[in-house]
Design a protein around this ligand. Structure first.
Ligand SMILES: NC(=O)C1=CN([C@@H]2O[C@H](COP(=O)(O)OP(=O)(O)OC[C@H]3O[C@@H](n4cnc5c(N)ncnc54)[C@H](O)[C@@H]3O)[C@@H](O)[C@H]2O)C=CC1
Ligand SMILES: O=C(O)C(=O)Cc1ccc(O)cc1
Length: 390
């Protein structure tokens, strides 16, 4: 049975270093401090004004510039979690610092791409299993602490990429932290991350930029054109206002997947153009209809379901990587893990206990888990029995 969790200590993280206190780092810290006001947060940032603002807003309890004794002392005096929220290009130096300072706590990150950062962690960290890659699928076109908000991640998906070496408790603690700030966790194998986000995030960014480029080119001889841009143009181009430096870095980190996606996108635009040129109304309508149906099916926002919860219990035995395997299967069939715990039954046996909301295909989940060799038991859970609800 899922036990009651003290909401004030989500994931039991009390001393957290957030490196890079911009849009994402500061929003995360703000959400963490709102959920757990006693959490000590060290903001590490190159920018002095950012560090001052971090304390003024109450989102950090201490700050440090990189390469300072204060930063090192915070890490060495018992830091539970390090969150890397800088652009990927500057991460390596921090990984080296953490290695040199013999940091043994959990490290996660927020980077939009995973290949390079995972490779760096594998080469640099003495305990690479303590690095659990993360990526919030929420943000905005703004940057820096000025754009940060405590509710930025409410209702958003937050990808975690555990692997077979990830200690089960690292995942469960991070899951509790992320759901505790109102987001929902989705598990994705590391090697699939960059290709997946190329399609739903990186290609869309460059497509939005292309739309604005098109309008800008036409606006040159026609001053009023930009003023005609209505809601549709604005809805589909908001993200194009994001930081060019950040997006250039993302593009080169994810070059192959992005290139593939952009070429495919050219092909799709070509299909529209061909149908139009050929006077083929049926094809044009069918392409539009397929997209309209898929777009309408996207939920506007996610609301947690606390009425129909299901508990799944899976004996863990001696099999390594159970958490990564089970959570990846669960995410793949569209089920949502509201909470995840390890119940230690005896000294050497444990059961993984998941509480699922009423989403996704439970039948498929059961079949996939059994096929993967797990023995599973499902039981409905009355809402009052489960208190870990965001
Ligand atoms: N912008 C977005 O919507 C999203 C961004 N991300 C990812 O999160 C990470 C951070 O992005 P943002 O917060 O948007 O960027 P940002 O530009 O708002 O913030 C970055 C922060 O890092 C600081 N910084 C730069 N170099 C540093 C260094 N060497 N040491 C310490 N601090 C340094 C900057 O002063 C700034 O405060 C990136 O990896 C990005 O790909 C993930 C999800 C959404
Ligand atoms: O602004 C938005 O709506 C976004 O989608 C922001 C975003 C930017 C980069 C990411 O890696 C994830 C999300």
């Amino acid at each position: 049975m899922a036990q009651t969790i003290d909401q004030a200590k989500i994931g039991d993280f009390e001393r957290v270093a957030v490196i890079g206190f911009g849009l994402i780092g500061a929003s995360f810290a703000a959400a963490l401090r709102a959920a757990n006001p006693s959490a000590q947060v060290m903001a590490v940032d190159t920018d002095l004004a950012t560090r001052v603002e971090a304390v003024n807003r109450g989102w950090a309890t201490a700050t440090a510039a990189p390469d300072t004794a204060e930063f090192r002392a915070f890490i060495e005096d018992g830091c539970d979690l390090v969150v890397l929220a800088t652009p990927v290009s500057v991460v390596e130096g921090y990984l080296k610092d953490l290695a040199e300072w013999d940091y043994r706590g959990i490290i996660t990150d927020t980077a939009s791409t995973k290949c390079r950062i995972i490779e760096m962690a594998a080469h640099t960290l003495p305990y690479p299993q303590n690095f659990v890659p993360g990526h919030p699928m929420a943000g905005s076109e703004k940057n820096g602490i000025v754009g940060a908000r405590a509710d930025l991640f409410k209702g958003a998906y937050w990808i975690l990429c555990p692997d077979a070496d990830t200690p089960a408790e690292h995942f469960t603690r991070l899951h509790e932290l992320i759901t505790g700030i109102g987001a929902r966790v989705i598990s994705l194998p590391r090697e699939q991350h960059d290709a997946a986000v190329a399609v739903v995030s990186h290609v869309p960014h460059f497509t939005a930029s292309s739309l604005v480029q098109l309008a800008v080119r036409h606006a040159k001889g026609q001053d009023s054109l930009m003023r005609l841009a209505a809601g549709g143009f604005k809805d589909s181009t908001r993200i194009a206002a994001g930081s060019p430096e950040l997006w250039c870095g993302i593009a080169f980190d994810n070059k192959d997947a992005l290139l593939g996606g952009l070429r495919e996108m050219q092909g799709i635009i070509g299909q529209f153009a061909d149908a139009l040129e050929a006077g083929d109304r049926a094809t044009l309508t069918s392409l539009l209809a397929e997209a309209a149906d898929a777009r309408r099916a996207l939920p506007a926002a996610w609301l947690p379901c606390t009425e129909r919860l299901l508990e799944v219990r899976i004996p863990m035995e001696d099999r390594p990587g159970v958490v990564a395997e089970v959570t990846t299967i669960t995410s793949k069939v569209g089920c949502n893990i509201q909470s995840i715990e390890i119940d230690h039954v005896t000294e050497d046996s444990a059961v993984l206990s998941l509480v699922l909301t009423d989403e996704g295909d439970i039948g498929k989940l059961s079949a996939h888990l059994i096929n993967a060799g797990f023995s599973v038991s499902f039981s409905p859970l009355a809402p009052k029995e489960h208190t870990h609800v965001g």
